[in-house]
Write a protein that binds this ligand. Structure first.
Ligand SMILES: *[C@@H]1O[C@H](CO)[C@@H](O)[C@H](O)[C@H]1NC(C)=O
Length: 347
């Protein structure tokens, strides 16, 4: 049971987690810059750039749904899997994987139970022109971020995702002394995941649970929605206490609602760096809701979120998880819908 302690399930998949990442996409369809970047990226050897180095080891992520919860005895190969996440959410990107149902829509989290909040180092999703930067990578945007943000030491097992640029924030990048978050840095991008399940534990008061296991608390076939938002962290030292307070907006419970035209929803899976384009996740997410643009949060907002999470027992979730490698076109959903809000329920 090497995988007993992994985060997103996925490796319930025993041991396999560490299967080497091969390039699944022969992609005669290298039809856009994104595909190209992916390829370049995969071919790159990990280079030491201080903290920007890409680790080669999967992140050991705690508290995955158990084997019993997923019913799986063996790893799920991607060719046998349902559509995966994180997909490329750039408008116009079309995956190859048929989707069997319409993703749950924009307002549905209000009817589900929030189970967890956690985040990944960099964005797991990819949105061209927004969160599309690979620190240490080959493009001008990649180089630019390295010149503005100091690389910080990261646990070598934490695989980074994509970064937002910090244009217009150059004077708001001084280090912040985080008291509660672990491995959090100004100028860095984190993709925050608010996880909702129809099977979360019932509670009269607001609670969250560590990891993802509790999505299965009251049913082994829950409906799961994850809201994902990639936010860069800034440190604006000119703000008053009231302005800092105003930035918080109950971040622990809600994302910054994007305009409907800016958000997408699609059918995918759980993520994390223990799955890749060879070994896929067997846990379906019935609605990934993703803001296609970068958001910006204050370091204080992030630290306050960590403080509240620790008080709720989520000390293991206040440090970034590794990001899954971007899902290849062939394992990504064919369709992605606008993030529309459903009409109010009638009773
Ligand atoms: C479900 O959640 C409740 C409340 O946190 C907890 O007491 C119970 O042990 C959980 N059950 C399972 C199967 O995880």
């Amino acid at each position: 049971m090497r995988c007993g302690t992994r985060f997103l399930g996925v490796c319930l998949a025993l041991g396999l987690a560490l299967a080497s990442k091969t390039e699944c996409s022969e992609a005669g369809a290298a039809d856009d810059e994104v595909q190209l970047m992916q390829k370049q990226h995969q071919k790159q050897k990990p280079v030491q750039h201080g903290g920007w180095a890409r680790p080669t080891k999967a992140d050991p992520e705690p508290r995955a749904p158990t084997m019993m919860q997923t019913g799986r005895q063996s790893p799920l190969l991607c060719q046998d899997a349902e559509p995966q996440a994180p997909k490329n959410v750039t408008p116009g990107f079309v995956g190859d994987r048929p989707t069997r149902f319409i993703p749950l829509d924009g307002n549905i989290p209000n009817q589900l139970i929030q189970v967890n909040l956690h985040w990944h180092l960099g964005a797991e999703h990819y949105s061209l022109g927004e969160y599309d930067i690979t620190p240490g990578g080959p493009t001008a945007r990649d180089a630019e971020i390295q010149s503005v943000i100091p690389a910080q030491p990261q646990p070598s097992s934490t695989q980074p995702g994509f970064f937002c640029d910090v244009k217009g924030f150059e004077d708001k990048l001084n280090a912040f002394n985080f008291q509660h978050c672990v491995d959090a840095f100004v100028g860095y991008t984190y993709e925050f995941h608010w996880v909702y399940s129809s099977g979360g534990p019932l509670s009269d008061t607001f609670k969250l649970w560590p990891g993802l296991g509790q999505v299965f608390n009251r049913t082994i076939t829950p409906q799961i929605v994850v809201r994902g938002q990639a936010c860069r962290v800034i440190n604006d030292e000119s703000l008053t206490a009231a302005e800092i307070e105003a930035d918080y907006q109950n971040f622990i419970q809600q994302w910054r609602q994007p305009p409907l035209s800016q958000g997408v929803r699609y059918v995918g899976s759980t993520t994390g760096s223990s799955v890749n384009n060879e070994v896929c996740s067997p846990v379906t997410v019935h609605g990934w809701h993703v803001d296609t643009k970068c958001c910006t949060i204050l370091a204080q907002t992030m630290d306050r979120t960590c403080q509240e999470m620790i008080a709720l027992g989520l000390a293991d979730d206040v440090k970034p998880k590794g990001s899954r490698e971007l899902v290849a076109k062939e394992w990504s959903s064919i369709v992605q819908y606008p993030l529309a809000v459903s009409p109010p329920a009638t009773r």
